[in-house]
Ligand binder design. Structure first.
Ligand SMILES: Cc1cc2nc3c(=O)[nH]c(=O)nc-3n(C[C@H](O)[C@H](O)[C@H](O)COP(=O)(O)OP(=O)(O)OC[C@H]3O[C@@H](n4cnc5c(N)ncnc54)[C@H](O)[C@@H]3O)c2cc1C
Length: 386
């Protein structure tokens, strides 16, 4: 137990981060579109290519990628500050989000020189948006059972057939980084899996958007029918897909985005409380939420320090995501109870609409990026209990 906990070293943001935060705030004051809170609450589900390109113009997409590829060459702490500021004000970041957080760093780590030279500058300019092709209709939690298959062709390329599902932004992205089987069969599990980059405009790719409970269609089902991929589509070594995907998940699970999904609702609730003094008994609840957020933020920063040191703290990232999503999900539940107890608060239309949206999407927080049960299984293994 103590060995897992001791890996969460209390970490302060480096002094330069404060100056960087001021720069980000100034940028957002100028460029953030004027949106009502229920739209800002979408934040990392909110797609706005223009905003992403403006951010890229400032050098902040691919923020951790080296300058030789057009990146800002900043450390993961700067990314932490940028992400925190973007999410705190509900900026629509989803267009560039996955490329910045996962696909770019993954290509940098495992890609060939040609792949780096081709994709990374495009990512940094906001001209290449990526999606993640892991889940399939019969492979979600059990990711090792993916059945989408890329078969080698005589010319060195690959023929791709299969189906992915729940792919965030597949209908609006340029590329998918997909986990596929390149050898063996289902019984081989992790062996024989590889990662390939699929150009989503290629013949044989069909993208069918899926509507969620809140009426948005941010994810899709994607089918591949004899899609011809060039040899250079393979990222890293053939058969190393499992290990690569797991390294990617440490980036996916530990950042401030796993703490701030309901933060616009929390801020809107606090603003409403300022206007309704009679409802201030809720301040105790707000204080508790602020205390929880402070602890979770410290844990997320501790994982950021490990990522900055080049490590891959997969178990710690799972712990942050599990606790973080529980926190994010508790905010709409507590706000709902507060509004129910106080009709004056419920009369605030912005708060009411934001709560309606966040309540509908909050169940997905503990599904996307790996479900709660799967994360807890990983944590148990990290504690030597499985
Ligand atoms: C908003 C959203 C966005 C998403 N975006 C993407 C994306 O961009 N790319 C992508 O690839 N996927 C994406 N996903 C898919 C997501 O990763 C999967 O939904 C998730 O991994 C669960 O898989 P599943 O839906 O097949 O559920 P299942 O794996 O069928 O699980 C169903 C239930 O059974 C539980 N369960 C399963 N196995 C076990 C076990 N061994 N022990 C205990 N309990 C278990 C699960 O915890 C869950 O509660 C997204 C999902 C959501 C909700």
């Amino acid at each position: 137990m103590t060995s897992l906990l001791s890996t969460f070293q209390l970490t302060a943001l480096p002094p330069v981060a404060a100056a960087f935060r001021r720069e980000v705030k100034a940028f957002l004051a100028e460029h953030l579109p004027e949106l009502p809170p229920e739209k800002r609450a979408r934040s990392w589900m909110g797609f706005n290519a223009g905003f992403s390109r403006a951010l890229a113009g400032r050098g902040w997409v691919g923020i951790t990628l080296p300058a030789q590829y057009g990146g800002a060459g900043l450390d993961p702490f700067s990314r932490f500050v940028l992400v925190e500021e973007l999410l705190a004000c509900g900026a629509p970041v989803s267009a560039h989000w996955i490329a910045d957080r996962q696909s770019g760093p993954l290509i940098l780590r495992y890609g060939s020189d040609e792949q780096k030279a081709f994709y990374l500058p495009r990512i940094c300019k906001g001209g290449a948006f990526f999606c993640i092709g892991m889940s399939e209709p019969n492979s979600g939690s059990d990711l090792a059972s993916v059945a989408t298959r890329a078969v080698p062709e005589p010319d060195g390329g690959w023929r791709l057939n299969g189906r992915k599902i729940w792919t965030t932004n597949a209908d609006r992205c340029h590329y998918m980084l997909a986990l596929v089987r390149t050898s063996g069969n289902a019984e081989d599990r992790q062996r024989g899996l590889s990662q390939v980059i699929v150009d989503l405009s290629a013949p044989g790719v069909t993208v069918r958007p899926i509507h969620d409970l809140a009426g948005d269609a941010h994810f899709s089902e994607v089918s591949f029918e004899d899609v011809m991929l060039p040899a250079q589509a393979l990222v890293g070594r053939e058969g190393s897909g499992w290990e690569q995907v797991n390294a990617e998940l440490a980036f996916e699970r530990s950042g401030p985005e796993r703490l701030y999904s309901s933060v616009v609702l929390l801020d809107t609730w606090i603003a409403a409380l300022r206007r309704v003094p009679e409802a201030r008994r809720d301040t105790v609840t707000i204080g508790r939420l602020a205390a929880r957020l402070a602890v979770l933020r410290a844990m997320s920063l501790a994982v950021t320090a490990r990522l900055a040191a080049g490590e891959s703290p997969v178990v710690e990232a799972a712990l942050v995501k599990d606790l973080g999503t529980e926190f994010e999900q508790s905010i709409p539940a507590l706000a709902e109870a507060a509004l129910g107890a106080d009709p004056q608060l419920a009369a605030d239309p912005g708060l009411y609409r934001t709560l309606a949206y966040v309540s509908q999407v909050a169940p997905s927080y503990s599904l996307r990026g790996g479900t709660r049960e799967i994360l807890r299984g990983m944590i148990a293994r990290g504690l030597g209990l499985r």
